[in-house]
Design a binder for this molecule. Structure first.
Ligand code: CMC
Length: 437
């Protein structure tokens, strides 16, 4: 970390001695004030629930400028990566810091391909779930269960274990997502096919049956690959912070990633794509475009808990760059499938237009996020709505692993242990049961 010449001084109104705090400069973005010695010197903690002003780590992986609407993976703008690279190149970049050359890409593709099968015993584990279980419930279980199948890659402090666990997780996530889908609909699992690309193989495992040949549609494969790229990492969001915190105890990589899957499930995070499509479906059922005004009124009513799903972001106070790319993909996919007049897409565009012009959204800088359009694309591809978040988890796995690896490799890393402001009861005496009124 680069120290700044500027120092911060913390002073107290009760005459306690003031304290000088070092500042570190980022390569881009806000500087940070180092408060690590604060408690030791003053006996006080800082208070920042929700991490509104707290950097939990230093990182070289992903940078977001929320005001500009900019997203960089290892310095490369997301737009350039989405247009020039496939998901495997982006995985390589996130894990290793540089884009691969042609030979490196070939070797990496091959390495991942050779790990796409899962231990056959996994299907018996999967069989224990109800057929109507939510795919994210199944995925949380399946990813955690990988640690029971791959004992030779569970030591998070061993770089070789971490490297092989990384490849296994990236390679097996599509197989597990497709298996959980096939299980839910009662179809046989489709084994991976090594001659296909990562994404075409996923589409085949999802949509093929043993009864006939399956030819992946190039436009849809490209769209799915773009969904993977756009969701691959997003700096210290809730699920990534969960993975880091979980991994900081020294637990194995599969367990840490399972914790990330569980966190991602929530509707304020990865579950928003499912919630967004359900919201569009509800408005459509109630009358469609005509009902947008009424819906927006509910969203703005402080006494209702209704939110415009797919809008707003903790960091972006501008159009989410991923949403722009997803919107473009949405047009391409609907065009290729002859679905330009899809009522939900039309509804989404009308809703977006009205919200972007509404004073409530303008004043709060609420713009569409990636989930606003990704649900429509996935639905057009044929992905059932409850599977959306599992696909997000598949794509985010590489980001979680890269962040976990970065943390473990940081010589300053410690187990994560936030402190608290205690506002509960002061010490009191336990009365015997008979004396409690
Ligand atoms: N609809 C209506 N009002 C909203 C929305 C929304 N989607 N998002 C924020 N607001 C309002 C909020 O009520 C608050 O108003 P006020 O200042 O009057 O109290 C103000 O905007 C600031 O919101 P906040 O809740 O303090 O913002 P936050 O940073 O804590 O929350 C968020 C960010 C993403 C959780 C929130 O915007 C939200 O719930 N959005 C809908 C869910 C969603 O689309 N999530 C996907 C995020 S992108 C994918 C991912 O990274 O997982």
């Amino acid at each position: 970390m680069t120290p700044s010449d500027v120092k911060a001084t913390l002073s107290f109104s009760d005459g306690s001695p003031s304290m000088e705090l070092p500042i570190y400069k980022g390569s881009v973005g806000p500087d940070v004030i180092d408060i690590r010695k604060l408690y030791g010197q003053t006996g006080k903690f800082t208070y920042d629930p929700g991490f509104l002003s707290t950097a939990s780590c230093n990182s070289t992986i992903t940078y977001i400028d929320g005001d500009k609407g900019e997203l960089l993976y290892r310095g490369y703008p997301i737009e350039q990566l989405a247009q020039n690279c496939d998901f495997m190149e982006v995985c390589y970049l996130l894990l290793k810091g540089e884009l691969p050359n042609p030979q490196e890409k070939k070797d990496f593709d091959r390495l991942v391909t050779m790990h796409t099968m899962v231990n056959e015993q996994m299907q018996f584990f999967l069989r224990g779930f109800r057929r109507d279980a939510h795919p994210m419930a199944v995925m949380t279980g399946l990813v955690g269960a990988l640690s029971a199948f791959y004992h030779d890659s569970t030591d998070v402090h061993n770089p070789e274990h971490r490297a092989i666990a990384a490849i296994r997780l990236i390679a097996k996530m599509p197989t597990l997502v497709a298996m959980s889908y096939k299980y839910g609909i009662g179809q046989p699992y489709i084994y991976p096919k090594n001659s296909l690309s990562y994404t075409a193989n996923f589409m085949r495992m999802m949509f093929a049956t043993p009864c006939e040949d399956y030819e992946p549609n190039e436009v849809l494969v490209r769209a799915m690959d773009r969904i993977f790229i756009l969701h691959a990492d997003h700096e210290q969001n809730a699920s990534t912070s969960t993975v880091r915190l979980c991994g900081s105890s020294g637990t194995n990589p599969f367990a840490a990633i399972a914790a990330g899957v569980a966190c991602l499930w929530g509707p304020a995070h990865g579950g928003a794509n499912e919630a967004c499509l359900n919201m569009l479906g509800d408005i459509q059922r109630q009358g469609g475009v005509e009902k947008i005004g009424e819906f927006i009124k509910q969203v703005k009513d402080k006494n209702s808990s209704v939110k415009l799903m797919g809008f707003g972001h903790r960091v972006y106070k501008n159009y989410d760059p991923r949403a722009k790319l997803m919107r473009e993909t949405c047009h391409e996919v609907l065009g290729a499938l002859g679905l330009e007049n899809d009522p939900l897409f039309k509804l989404a565009m009308a809703l977006e237009k009205i919200a972007l012009e509404d004073e409530y959204f303008v004043a709060r800088k609420l713009y569409p996020n990636v989930d606003f359009y990704s649900g429509i694309v996935q639905r057009a591809i044929g992905i059932p709505v409850p599977l959306f978040t599992a696909i997000f988890a598949l794509a985010r796995t590489v980001g979680w692993i890269a962040q976990l690896d970065e943390m473990i490799g940081d010589p300053e890393y410690k187990i994560g242990r936030p402190r608290q402001l205690f506002v509960g009861s002061t010490p009191r005496q336990v009365k015997p049961l008979a004396q409690r009124g």
